[in-house]
Design a protein around this ligand. Structure first.
Ligand SMILES: Nc1nc2c(ncn2[C@@H]2O[C@H](COP(=O)(O)OP(=O)(O)OP(=O)(O)O)[C@@H](O)[C@H]2O)c(=O)[nH]1
Length: 322
């Protein structure tokens, strides 16, 4: 091995420092820059010769009052090391992708480490580019968010699915119980849908389901109202702050709206156009205070609407249809 003298070793150290894949700045006790490595040059658009012996806060005045300034003061005064993760202070140094003058700032993770040379104090600032990590994190969060949103949406009709309905009904029922409020539930079924499928085919059946779902959602105007596909050709609506009689009116408006679309039905159906039967029940402290009882009451009313001839609304407590 060829022996290396001290000067050569220093020269090699400097060259290695310029190859490091993060920003290295060394400051003296007066915050003046004594070292500015090669990584910093294209990202700050400042050559080492232009910044050496100048105060860091003169080169980057915006660092005044920042977490970075506090860390530097701490390092030079008390010898404290500080790590500033990107989550705490995203991009304190105005550094950009090499060659880009107006692009977004590089996301930065920063460490400030004090050291001494004899009596003299220094501190080293290391800046790592964590933009890739931040971007990946953001993509993962976006992906998780879209999965969560999709897991609550019915794939065919685009309205809320059964899972969302269960969550919403449970939440609204608890709220009604707590606040002594009102809450109504509609169970909605497309009449003679088997005949529709048999006559027009399953694909047109799917289109019909989507049209009805969208018409139902469009009739529910309050933000807290929920229209959901309950299963198959059955839908449900959760209507907070709505009494039984108000819910009857809503249900009739929905029924009339869908009948007025005049979607042609199969010859074997009860009515010449696509129609709905709707059962209505409301939260009732004495009798219908839990989800299963409320659903059962709405389902019984729906069954009565079917027996009563379809294309009608039956409300829990109405005289049973003949
Ligand atoms: N096209 C399509 N049809 C569906 C879907 N889900 C359920 N159905 C059909 O809906 C029909 C429901 O039929 P039934 O439960 O016998 O009731 P109905 O013919 O609507 O008669 P009533 O409810 O008594 O008026 C069945 O033929 C199911 O195949 C779906 O996602 N797409």
């Amino acid at each position: 091995m060829i022996p290396i003298d001290a000067d050569t070793a220093t020269d090699l150290s400097m060259r290695a420092l310029n190859l490091v894949n993060s920003g290295i700045i060394v400051l003296d006790a007066h915050h003046n820059i004594v070292l500015w490595n090669g990584w910093m040059v294209p990202r700050s658009a400042r050559a080492a010769a232009r910044v050496r012996e100048r105060s860091l806060f003169e080169v980057f005045p915006e660092l005044r009052g920042s977490r970075v300034e506090a860390a530097i003061l701490g390092a030079l005064a008390d010898g404290t090391s500080t790590a500033i993760p990107q989550t705490e202070s995203r991009a304190p140094f105005p550094l950009r992708e090499a060659g880009s003058f107006d692009g977004p700032r590089i996301e930065q993770a920063i460490t400030v480490t004090p050291f001494r040379d004899g009596e003299q104090r220094f501190c080293m600032i290391e800046i790592r580019d964590v933009s890739g990590t931040v971007e990946r994190e953001k993509r993962l969060l976006d992906h998780a968010e879209s999965l969560r949103a999709r897991s609550y949406v019915d794939g065919l009709t685009g309205i809320a699915n059964r899972r969302y309905f269960d969550v919403a009904l449970d939440r609204e029922l608890r709220r009604a119980q707590r606040a002594k409020g009102e809450l109504s539930l509609l169970l909605i079924d497309i009449d003679s849908f088997k005949a529709y499928n048999d006559h027009f085919g399953h694909q047109q059946g799917d289109t019909c389901l989507t049209t009805v779902a969208q018409a139902l959602a469009a009739k529910l105007k309050r933000p807290a109202d929920v229209a959901a596909r309950y299963g198959g050709e059955e839908f449900a609506a959760v209507l907070p702050d709505t009494s039984l009689e108000q819910a009857r009116l809503h249900a009739n408006a929905i029924r009339e709206h869908v009948a007025a679309l005049a979607l042609p039905h199969a010859p074997a159906a009860h009515w010449p156009m696509v129609t709905l039967s709707i059962g209505v029940a409301s939260f009732d402290r004495a009798r219908l205070r839990e989800v299963p009882a409320l659903i059962e009451a709405a389902d019984k009313a729906l069954y009565a609407a079917k027996r009563g001839g379809r294309n009608r609304v039956v409300v829990d407590g109405d005289t049973p249809a003949a």
